[in-house]
Write a protein that binds this ligand. Structure first.
Ligand code: PMP
Length: 427
């Protein structure tokens, strides 16, 4: 049993010594002390079904034995900077990662986070093209350093940093967007931004395939092919942010961008890549990668042996345990059952996403799509009492984010939906 500090003690220390901007879920925040596959355990030993997976981070399952073994073997041997000496771990993982990429995407730069990966990707696009203008989508989240905060497009997450050169296009949001599910109409806005907001030449375009922080918004069909064509014509590079949607989470595909049938010039990733270990990556073509030889480029811990050992183990587990296909089968079942709940409860305005990246949007008026923010919090709170942890997001904070570890089972999915059903029935 857990004998460490109580939740109250931890909260007091957080208050005294940690960033005042830290926030937590739940009125009585959980003190999570153990994790095992799709389960989390609090300080009293109570078990919770984890349907948020550390923000789509845990793909193999908490404390997956293969990943732990790989990490501990490596840390018992050497943990070090990646720069200046050779070590096989980074090379082996880069090779394995490249084998998962389409086209000529085979050069990997490692970072420590998604923010760093996107900062690097945007810099590469600017260097390669000699242009500054980047287009991202309204409602996107790409990170919180100066450049990526510029690309991020939700006021909730933007401080007053200098945001040079980023234009925010209409979000191809099938639920709330003005053009519904017509991806090509939204894509025209990107062409307009290029024509009227830039010299006609751009550095690039960055987007998620399914917006995570933005509330599990799957870009309208046919959007990316049309946008990629416009960007290419304007000399820019297309960047796919796979921080949440990568590593088999969508079920139907290994990478989110594949759901739209495009091949980006640069792919960025983090979160799931390390099953919870801090790791990020930028993958691009040899030709594009060449721009970073113009100066010294250096990242002390990017691709360090322990984190890349974890990454390699993650890829092996995804393959061995067929997690992508599990994400497809269980995720489809889960979505079907959630969609049935929508027929039962007026408050559910939309159920969307694919695989194990699903969203449920609560509205108090289906016609007006009025965000039901307070109810969202109440349902989350109640589901926690029933032993199920889900996430929340969206600009209005009224979307449940369901992004469990990819080992989630059909029984888990049923339990989650039953808990949501019961909770909604009591409201
Ligand atoms: N891109 C996306 C799509 C994300 O969801 C996030 C994190 N929520 C990031 C980038 C930034 O990653 P990190 O927090 O590791 O810097």
């Amino acid at each position: 049993p857990y004998t460490g500090p109580s939740a109250a003690d931890i909260l007091a220390k957080r208050k005294a010594y940690l960033s005042p901007s830290l926030f937590h879920f739940y009125n009585k925040p959980l003190n999570i002390v153990d994790g095992k596959m799709q389960y989390l355990f609090d300080d009293s030993g109570r078990r919770y079904l984890d349907a948020f997976g550390g923000i789509a981070t845990v793909c193999c399952g908490h404390c997956h034995p293969d990943v732990i073994k790989s990490i501990t073997n490596q840390i018992n041997r050497i943990q070090h900077t990646t720069v200046v000496y050779l070590n096989h771990a980074i090379a082996d993982f880069a090779e394995a990662l490249a084998s998962k990429m389409p086209g000529n995407l085979k050069v990997v730069f490692f970072t420590n986070s998604g923010t760093e990966a996107n900062e690097l990707a945007m810099m590469i696009a600017r260097l390669y093209t000699g242009c500054n203008d980047i287009i991202s989508l309204r409602n996107a989240y790409h990170g919180n350093a100066a450049g990526t905060m510029g690309a991020t497009a939700q006021s909730n997450w933007k401080f007053n940093v200098v945001q040079t050169g980023v234009h925010h296009a209409l979000n191809p949001d099938p639920y709330r967007g003005v053009f519904g599910s017509d991806g090509e109409k939204y894509a025209k806005d990107v062409q307009d931004l290029i024509d009227f907001g830039t010299s006609g030449h751009v550095a690039g375009f960055i987007s998620e395939a399914i917006q995570g922080v933005g509330g599990i918004i799957e870009l309208a069909p046919n959007y990316l092919p049309a946008v990629y064509a416009s960007i290419k014509k304007a000399g820019g590079l297309c960047i796919a942010d796979e921080v949440q949607s990568g590593f088999g989470r969508t079920g139907s595909h290994f990478w989110g961008f594949e759901t739209q049938g495009v091949v980006p010039d640069i792919v960025t990733m983090a979160k799931g890549i390390g099953n919870g270990i801090p790791l990020g990556a930028v993958v691009t073509t040899p030709e594009v990668a060449e721009v970073l030889t113009r100066r010294s480029y250096f990242n002390t811990f990017g691709g360090n042996p322990v984190c890349t050992a974890a990454g390699l183990a993650v890829l092996n587990v995804i393959e061995k345990e067929k997690l992508q296909s599990n994400a497809f089968v269980v995720g489809s079942h889960l979505k079907e059952r959630l969609t049935a709940l929508k027929d039962k409860y007026e408050i559910i305005g939309d159920v969307r996403g694919r695989g194990m990246m699903l969203g449920v949007e609560l509205v108090s008026d289906r016609q007006l799509k009025t965000p039901a923010k307070a109810e969202t919090l109440r349902v989350m709170e109640q589901m926690k009492e029933l032993g199920v942890l889900i996430g929340k997001g969206g600009f209005h904070g009224n979307v449940f984010r369901i992004t469990p570890p990819l080992c989630f089972t059909k029984d888990d999915a049923d339990y989650l939906v039953d808990a949501m059903d019961y909770t909604l029935s009591k409201m």
